[in-house]
Design a protein around this ligand. Structure first.
Ligand code: ZN
Length: 307
């Protein structure tokens, strides 16, 4: 079965460890991705917001690293820029570039447009902190919504044909961003409050608003977001898939591992996804539903947004 995963932090990890995308000790590499029949991976660019003075430079360095990996492994991976490029059956992984947190944008749409030209196709306005565009979940009860510049940034993203990712943003901004974007939004890596009351997870109202936009949630492998116990199981993770499917419909569910973004994850890495398929069948999912969760829902949304 074809697999699409909405979020990994592999590029940032490789930049730190010096390993390569072809084969490495982390959660994700190209050899295992091919064996797992992965057809599209969203690769996140991420620099800690605390490193204010060098976020843009850090992001540019990660983009450079990404291009080097694509050149060295062009038989296995290609950069997805336009929907006409998307060829899920050619044995090569489509890579879509995502910016996690808008710190490097500041207030400048010019920077957004330049990054678009460099291949960026998805943006999350915040990581956990407050920035010039919006507040992240770490701001807690006092978190505000979108700034005026944040609203303008969303309008420009929509005009360019970029995906909007609402993982990490605080609830006020979450709802405002959905109104502003006027299209299907993504939450690429989070789970549900029902089973794990973590600020990064969504409550039922947020899930319904996401579904009303036509959007999707990529459910995450991160143990802290699955269950508040030492070692949650794969079945605990599947509880989230079942719950969201029942609440808002299977057409709004996808996979967003957050591989290489956290130490404790439920699956060992990208190679574990076949196990997930087997267990989901045992929990009563039909083949066509699994195809939707594993790839078709994401394909539907990116076809609507990417030019
Ligand atoms: Zn994240």
């Amino acid at each position: 079965m074809k697999i699409i995963d909405l979020h990994c932090d592999t590029i940032a990890r490789l930049t730190e460890t010096g390993e390569n995308l072809y084969q490495n000790q982390g959660h994700f590499d190209l050899i295992r991705a091919q064996q797992a029949n992965l057809v599209l991976q969203v690769f996140s660019l991420f620099v800690y917001p605390a490193e204010q003075s060098r976020t843009l430079k850090g992001i540019l360095q990660q983009i450079d690293r990404f291009y080097q990996e694509i050149e060295q492994n062009s038989q296995l991976v290609y950069l997805l820029l336009y929907m006409t490029d998307y060829k899920p059956d050619n044995n090569r992984l489509a890579a879509l570039l995502h910016l996690e947190g808008g710190e490097c944008l500041g207030t400048d749409q010019e920077v957004l447009r330049i990054l678009y030209r460099l291949g960026l196709r998805s943006v999350g306005l915040t990581w956990n902190d407050r920035n010039l565009l919006a507040d992240g979940v770490k701001e807690g009860q006092n978190a505000g919504g979108l700034s005026r510049v944040g609203r303008k940034m969303i309008q420009e993203m929509k005009r360019l044909g970029m995906l909007l990712d609402l993982s990490h943003i605080a609830p006020a901004g979450f709802y405002q961003a959905i109104d502003e974007y006027q299209g299907p939004v993504l939450v690429t890596h989070a789970n549900v409050r029902k089973f794990c009351d973590h600020p990064r997870n969504l409550d039922d109202n947020q899930l319904k608003a996401l579904a009303n936009s036509g959007g999707i949630i990529g459910l995450s492998q991160v143990s802290d977001f699955v269950k508040d116990i030492p070692q949650p199981s794969l079945d605990d993770f599947i509880d989230h898939i079942v719950y969201v499917s029942d609440l808002i419909g299977v057409e709004h569910v996808a996979l967003g591992s957050d591989f290489d973004g956290a130490d404790q994850v439920v699956l060992p890495g990208i190679e574990g996804y076949h196990q997930l398929e087997t267990l989901l069948r045992k929990r009563g999912f039909y083949t066509h539903e699994l195809e939707m969760i594993f790839s078709m829902n994401v394909e539907r949304v990116i076809k609507q947004i990417l030019k």
